[in-house]
Design a protein around this ligand. Structure first.
Ligand code: PLP
Length: 394
């Protein structure tokens, strides 16, 4: 075990995954073929949403969400500092202004009270939307966020990259799956290899809003439509007589090429079949960690084991985090830090953000460490990680 690196997250590729990719490579379509719709339909079903749009990656998904919701230069949008930078950057792509809330130190999620304070401190209409993140796999209570969003006429983009299959329990006691479109206008997922479902690079947007869905399809492919009843140029211009000629298409908006390929979609689709069993294993690893570290004096906080948590990450908050991190590296355990607060990245400091602006997030960053968490983590390695941490603090 001493020579093998244990990362914090890792993909799991089976022989069957390899077969479906090869099969797709041998088919007529490498891209723009049937595998994409198949993946979209199955994914939508998995998260209980009406529509899904597969994309090149999660960042492209965020960008298209911001475009579909018509984010304009100067528009203010609120997100959490404890997230991957892309959650915030999508607003900057459209020239909008990112305003960071703070986290709840118990859940590590965007604190709705910090969002409310921001909203109350500005004239109504100042903010356009909120991007809550199901950080570490813990589902944000979007029912509460939706009520607040309604009050201030805001949209919600749920960054659910960490939480396919995760859910929260709503006020009626119902399970509300991440990305199910009940509360957020749009939700996004990523299929980067460290995430639950891997397709190499890949992403997905889910929604229950048909109009947004159609807009996203158009934006994914250059803003081009190919459907007679949507054209605005005349049949005569197009070169037809009584109907549009078969070759005709129109570019109606400034879109992008954010497509996923068919072989990636085939891989993602096959991985999706194992999503539930993977989730179950993640939850049992979390229980083991929780039990091992409960009551340890060096632990200042740890991921709670709560209903619906999808455990993309298992996080401990510890004293002497640097010492532990370096010690674990010598044991070939590559723990990771999620995340360096986004508002203090040099890019965002340019907008005036400084230390002390978001205390809960900054305090969390001083102590957090993400432990190995993936379904194929062998039990002996899990024990080895737990022992190594205990050993360090002896
Ligand atoms: C991975 C991730 C993204 C971006 O996804 P990519 O597919 O890597 O572009 C966005 N937000 C969060 C929270 C993520 O973890």
């Amino acid at each position: 075990m001493e020579n093998k690196i244990i990362p914090y997250g890792k993909q799991n590729i089976t022989e069957e995954d390899i077969e479906v990719v090869i099969e797709t490579l041998k088919s007529d379509y490498l891209t723009q073929g049937p595998k994409i719709k198949e993946f979209e339909d199955n994914f939508a079903k998995y998260v209980n949403a009406k529509y899904a749009v597969a994309l090149a990656n999660g960042t492209a998904a965020l960008h298209l969400c911001a475009l579909a919701l018509d984010v304009q230069p100067g528009d203010k949008v609120i997100t959490t500092p404890i997230t991957f930078a892309a959650s915030a950057n999508c607003i900057r792509y459209c020239g909008g202004e990112v305003v960071f809330g703070d986290i709840d130190p118990d859940t590590y999620l965007l604190d709705i009270n910090s969002v409310r304070s921001l909203l109350e401190a500005a004239p109504k209409g100042t903010y356009k939307g909120i991007i809550p993140v199901d950080f570490a796999g813990r589902a944000v209570n979007l029912e509460e966020f939706k009520a607040l969003a309604k009050e201030y006429d805001l949209w919600i983009i749920e960054d659910a990259c960490h939480a396919p299959g995760g859910y929260f329990i709503d006020s009626k006691g119902e399970q509300q799956y991440c990305g199910n479109g009940q509360f957020a206008e749009l939700a996004i997922f990523s299929f980067h290899p460290v995430k639950h479902i891997a397709s190499g690079e890949g992403g997905m947007i889910t929604t229950n809003n048909e109009e947004l869905y159609k807009r996203l399809l158009k934006l994914r492919t250059h803003g081009i439509v190919k459907q007679d009843d949507l054209y605005t140029n005349s049949i005569e211009f197009a070169g037809g007589i009584e109907s549009y000629p078969l070759w005709y298409m129109e570019m109606q908006a400034l879109g992008y090429n954010y497509r996923i390929t068919d072989f990636q979609a085939a891989l993602g689709n096959n991985q999706l079949k194992r999503a539930d069993s993977g989730l179950e294993t993640r939850r049992s690893i979390a229980s083991r960690y929780k039990q091992a570290f409960s009551g340890k004096s060096y632990v200042k906080g740890q991921s709670g084991v709560v209903d619906g948590h999808a455990y993309h990450l298992y996080i401990l908050e510890v004293d002497d985090r640097l010492g532990l991190y370096n010690y674990l590296r010598t044991k070939n355990i590559f723990a990771q830090i999620h995340y360096i607060p986004c508002h203090l990245m040099p890019y965002y400091r340019e907008f005036g953000w400084k230390e002390g602006d978001r205390v809960a997030s900054e305090t969390y960053y001083k102590h957090c460490i993400s432990l190995p968490m993936y379904p194929t983590l062998p039990k002996e390695e899990l024990d080895y990680v737990i022992e190594a941490i205990d050993e360090y603090y002896k």
